[in-house]
Structure formats: structure tokens, C-alpha cells
Design a protein around this ligand. Sequence first.
Ligand code: ADP
Length: 159
Amino acid sequence: MKIAVCPGSFDPITSGHLDIIERATFLYDKIIVAVAKNTLKKPLFSVEERMKFAEEAVKNFKGVEVKLFDCLLVEFAQKNQAQVIVRGLRAITDFEHEFQMAQLNRKLDRNIETIFMMASPEYGYLSSSAVKEIAKFNGQIEGLVPKEVEISLRRLFGK
Ligand code: ADP
């Protein structure tokens, strides 16, 4: 059974994340969406909220599970018998950071392969931070995030 991990902070999960997760379900038997408890960026949503949004958003995808992760990514993959880490690439600006992480993870465990999927053109510009920025100024976020996330952001930013 081929198991892949889609890791991230998912603060909050966006349509761009969901596009990558769904496309990964066509390639692997099981996908574990690994929601990072601690992230370098100070999260807007708690890990519980980020997980709840992700769980709701993937509930109709086949073979997708959402789990919290609070350790080294390769350790999480090992514990969950995953052979693959799936990451999304939007622009060349993502590349340097992703390249470094993939090489570091390979150094830690060369049996775990990092696979990159190119963002779909309609989501190439989309990021969690952009969505938060738009929501903060009461801009239109419909379609950029799942409905529950949209409602929460509207509530948080007072509209
Ligand atoms: P991290 O904080 O670890 O970068 P994110 O939650 O921001 O986590 O992103 C998780 C993964 O999803 C990353 O591989 C990121 O490149 C990818 N991703 C984020 N937004 C998009 C998008 N719009 N299209 C494709 N991939 C994306």
C-alpha cells in the first residue's frame, strides 16, 4: 500500500491545498494530511481549528486522513508507514525553500521520497497568508477556501 503525507501548517486550508490533496489521492492508496502543531509562522487558527477545517474539507475524498504532527516530518512519515511526502509548488519562489527541505529530509531518511506537484493555474497565486490578508480587509474570499473557513474568517474579521 502506497501511503503519502501532505504536510503543512494549513492556516487555514485553501482550495490550493485541496487541489494538491485531491490530485494526490489519484496517485496513492492513502493520503495523510499532516497538520503541523508548531509552525514558524505564528498561526491565526489553533491546531484544533486547523484540523477541524481540514477534516471537514476532505471528508468526501477517498482514502484521506487528517492527523496532527508535532515531530520531525520524516519521523511522522516513518511512524505512519508513509514512503512519500507530497508538496505543492506554486512559483519559483517556493523552490529554494522546498529544495532545501527535500534534501534535508532525504539526508535524514533516504527511503522517504519527496514528490512535488505543480499548482493548478487557477490556484498558483493562492496562499493561506494571502487569504488572511484579503479577509482582514473584507475582500472577496469565496471559492478560495472551503465554506467553513470563509465563515470563520468573516466572523473573525467582523463581516
Ligand atoms: P508550510 O507552512 O509547511 O509551507 P502550507 O500550509 O503553507 O505549509 O502549505 C502546505 C503545502 O501546500 C506546501 O507544499 C505548499 O507549497 C502547498 N501549497 C500551498 N498553497 C498552494 C497552492 N495554492 N497550490 C498548490 N500548492 C500549494
